[in-house]
Design a protein. Structure first.
Length: 455
């Protein structure tokens, strides 16, 4: 039986596609209603004329933030922020460096208690469970969610998990408890900030997810629902409920994935032309290149990954006089995108792709078409992934053993997210030497992706 999928991009208009088990687009639809949910319903009605609702295996959605009636940063809920790190880190309390209006919107109960770990996995101090319980009691009937961040929790999450269990015992299951251990990254403050923002958004996003689920169920679509992340991979609804910032800026990631699938490539420079700009992104082994360093979200430093993209006004890539050549800025952006990767092919996609002049003088340029539908195609054909980003020590085992452990953990994470174990891609390993630490160790970031299990 065909593995039917629906891919949706929700923006100023809703674009939907229906794909079969081979990844072929069988139907397309557009919705223009100013009410986003009505627009989604119109698209679903059109697509479901082609296939029965019970035949749909998966529904993938890009643009979760756009479904809301107001920007995410206006929907922040009060949060209890608990850090497990005392007696360390006391000089820099939680929410330090936040814009005052954002801090005022989310700050309620804030505490730093004993607990957490060193980079080598040893305890900073034993977890003060009494202080954790006292913090949870202060949060009762005051906060909409709780954010718990332990020092080096990505190395050992035991204290975070125990503190979360205590908080749930006191507050009940109706109050989301968000932990930081799955976020990766080395900076405590950036990881803590991300966790607090996720917790502050979680109640609103959970309601939004319930609304989307109810809309699909009303159409008798009982398929699993996934959401696109910034790098084009897919997130489960439960992942998004816990960490909604992962679905931020997902439209570009979906367009990149769509371009790669339509061109049947894993390595390319993807050029998306949309809304008066051209966005240029380098993709190697199916993964968009990322910026290094903290990412600002509404003035708050976070540990979120961010796809490295160059933006050029589309006027720079239109015909200039009688000569159809890109401007100097556009040529420089293309050279930078290809630097160190050879003569990567160029894939030109997007609603305004026809306005962009030819960028490659040879036969190394692909224009698959599909216009505004490329993002919906990318959503429908997206893959799931698992990432491990933490410090590994070589004192008790060998370097190859640590690499093997990181790969195994990433594989398990991808399979848990829904990837088909028999079709996983080769792990991508990035190592960051920690020369300032005396212990023999390194930070490793390993990602494994693969198609969803066929239903």
């Amino acid at each position: 039986m065909a593995e039917w999928r629906i891919g949706l991009v929700v923006d100023s208009r809703t674009v939907g596609v229906l794909t079969d088990g081979t990844g072929t687009v069988r139907a397309s639809a557009y919705g223009f209603d100013v009410d986003r949910r009505t627009s989604i319903a119109e698209v679903l009605d059109t697509l479901l004329q082609c296939v029965s609702a019970e035949s749909i295996g998966y529904v993938m959605i890009t643009g979760l933030a756009e479904i809301a009636s107001a920007p995410w940063h206006e929907r922040l809920s009060p949060v209890g922020a608990l850090r497990l790190a005392a007696p360390a880190t006391l000089s820099v309390p939680p929410l330090s460096g936040w814009p005052s209006e954002k801090a005022a919107a989310v700050r309620d109960s804030v505490a730093v208690v004993a607990g957490g770990h060193q980079y080598d996995g040893t305890e900073v101090s034993a977890l003060d469970e009494t202080a954790v319980a006292a913090f949870a009691h202060r949060c009762r009937n005051r906060v909409a969610a709780v954010a718990i961040t332990g020092a080096n929790a990505q190395v050992d999450s035991g204290h975070e998990q125990r503190a979360a269990a205590i908080a749930r015992e006191v507050l009940g299951e109706s109050v989301p408890v968000v932990t930081s251990s799955g976020l990766g990254g080395m900076g405590l403050l950036e990881r803590e900030n991300t966790t607090v923002l996720d917790a502050a958004l979680s109640p609103h996003i959970s309601l939004l997810l319930d609304g989307v689920t109810q809309l699909l169920r009303a159409k008798e679509v009982t398929a699993d629902i996934y959401f696109t992340s910034a790098d084009g991979t897919l997130l489960t609804a439960s992942d998004v409920a816990r960490h909604p910032l992962r679905a931020r800026r997902a439209a570009r990631g979906a367009a990149i994935t769509g371009a790669l699938r339509l061109a049947a490539l894993d390595d390319a420079v993807v050029v998306e032309a949309i809304d008066g700009y051209v966005y240029i992104t380098t993709v190697v082994e199916g993964t968009p290149q990322e910026n290094l360093g903290p990412v600002q979200v509404q003035g708050v430093r976070t540990c979120l990954p961010e796809v490295r993209t160059s933006a050029v006004r589309i006027d720079e890539l239109r015909t200039r006089g009688t000569v159809a050549r890109p401007s100097g800025d556009a040529r420089l952006a293309l050279r930078r995108a290809r630097a160190g990767h050879g003569a990567l092919p160029v894939i030109v996609v997007g609603p305004d792709a026809d306005e962009v002049i030819r960028l490659d003088d040879g036969d190394n340029e692909i224009r698959p078409g599909f216009g505004a539908r490329v993002g919906a195609i990318g959503a429908a054909l997206g893959e799931v992934s698992g990432t491990v980003d933490r410090i590994f020590r070589f004192t008790e085992t060998s370097y190859p053993d640590c690499v093997a452990q990181a790969r195994r953990m990433a594989r398990e994470s991808a399979i848990q997210a829904g990837a088909d174990p028999s079709r996983l891609r080769r792990p991508r390993v990035r190592e960051f030497p920690l020369t300032y630490i005396s212990t023999r160790c390194a930070r490793m970031r390993v990602t494994v992706s693969g198609p969803l299990v066929r239903v």
